[in-house]
Design a protein around this ligand. Structure first.
Ligand code: DN4
Ligand code: BGC
Ligand code: ZN
Length: 362
């Protein structure tokens, strides 16, 4: 039995530690080692004990963390994968419902799916683990070694835009020139998911803007500017986010008061995507006038979670494109690399953090 390092929590209570455990490597199809694993709000929610839906695997008193990763294949017993390949493992694993059975566990109908590092399945923050080929996507473009760890957070954004396209097809959403060039997308939040949503809104041709309730540092503004992203601090400029209204509002904050504040600026036939979660956010008020406003304008509010394998493939395609276009300006989105022994990362966000990662080998 090989002994390996793993970052674990007890999902029922929170907390985090780095432990040496026995690696399970019997009868595997593909044997993997992480290169980088990313940290996001979900990991911090589990560690702080505030993410109530997380749970340990059946029969285990701990959960190995980690759902964002880029890994190297160490050995393979199946066709299609060989030693040295770069891969990203999928987060969700299907249950038995109709959506899970057609490859859309992101739309699971009964909640009986599992999520690596979150719900009932060990995650990728361990030196060595095994997986099945159907849950792996290959990263053929080896120049993405540094940033392919963004595949997982970006796959959520690809799904979000699929949801946007589905719900906006109930009317003609585009301008009369067939494009979104005259449409405004406001993204609430300035974390990694907001950043990726704004990159993608630009791809779609929107006038896009990120917003937060505080200013950003000059360094962060310069990095965003290098990637053609705009930002406004709405606490100082409450009227700045689009005097011509908002056509697509995407929330990554999970803050009801902020969401409702901006919903009141959404245009006719607009779309609101709810994505951020924050169970500790204070209540926001919503009254009859707000409901009238939504109805009169045919506004659609849609929630979106997770993504399917197709969205991982799309995400890798966009990372390749952006890496070619922006080079090391895109690499700067990885704002910190940490050792697996440094658990402080789980307790709070780093200054100017876009994506903090754990580096597993050199
Ligand atoms: P994050 O970096 O914590 O992003 C949250 C962002 O919202 C930060 O920039 C916050 O700013 C900002 N924010 C908080 N309150 C407000 C407010 N009142 N007004 C404006 N901005 C605000 O996390 P992330 O980017 O990794 O993920 C974003 C959210 O999506 C999290 O809630 C995740 O749990 C959720 N998520 C959902 C899925 C899914 O549905 C997947 C991944 C993540 P600051 O307070 O940090 O300055 O599949
Ligand atoms: C992951 C999703 C997952 C969600 C659960 C996110 O951090 O990216 O794949 O479904 O957490 O809330
Ligand atoms: Zn995540």
């Amino acid at each position: 039995m090989t002994r390996i390092k793993a970052i674990i929590t007890d999902a029922s209570r929170g907390g985090v530690s780095t432990k040496t455990i026995d690696a399970n490597r019997e009868d595997y199809k593909v044997l993997l080692s992480p290169i980088y694993t990313g940290i996001c709000g979900t990991d911090r929610g589990i560690v702080s004990g505030s993410l109530k839906f997380a749970y340990n695997p059946h029969g285990s008193d701990y959960l190995i963390l980690g759902h964002e990763s880029v890994c190297e294949v160490r050995d393979s017993n199946v066709a299609g994968f060989k030693k040295g390949d770069l891969v990203v493992p999928l987060v969700r694993r299907p249950g038995d419902c109709v959506n899970c059975r057609i490859g859309r566990s992101d739309n699971c109908s009964d909640g009986n799916k599992h999520e690596a590092g979150i719900t009932g399945m060990h995650g990728f923050m361990q030196e060595l683990f095994t997986d099945d080929p159907e849950y792996l996507v290959k990263v053929e473009d080896r120049s993405l070694r540094e940033i392919a760890v963004l595949t997982e957070p970006l796959k959520n954004v690809m799904k979000g835009f699929e949801v946007f396209q589905k719900v906006s097809s109930r009317y003609i959403f585009s301008g009369s020139d067939s494009t979104y060039l005259e449409k405004n997308a406001l993204i609430i939040g300035t974390g990694c998911e907001a950043f990726l949503y704004t990159m993608m809104a630009n791809e779609f041709g929107f006038n896009s803007m990120m917003t937060n309730r505080h200013p950003l540092s000059q360094n962060m503004l310069a990095d965003l500017n290098d990637l053609n992203l705009s930002f406004v601090d709405y606490s100082q400029n409450p009227d700045k986010p689009f005097s011509s209204g908002i056509d697509l509002l995407i929330d990554t904050s999970g803050d009801p008061a902020t969401v409702f504040n901006f919903i009141r600026k959404v245009n006719y036939n607009g779309v609101v995507l709810l994505f951020g979660t924050n169970g500790r956010a204070p209540p926001g008020s919503f009254d009859g006038v707000d409901i009238d406003y939504l109805i009169e304008r045919n506004i659609t509010i849609a929630a979106t979670v997770d993504a399917a394998k197709i969205h991982y493939l799309q995400a890798i395609g966009y990372l390749s494109k952006w890496h070619y276009k922006y080079g090391n300006k895109l690499d700067r989105v990885i704002t910190g690399k940490f050792s697996p022994d440094d658990n402080s990362l789980f307790e709070r966000k780093q200054k100017d953090e876009l994506k903090s990662v754990i580096q597993w080998n050199d």
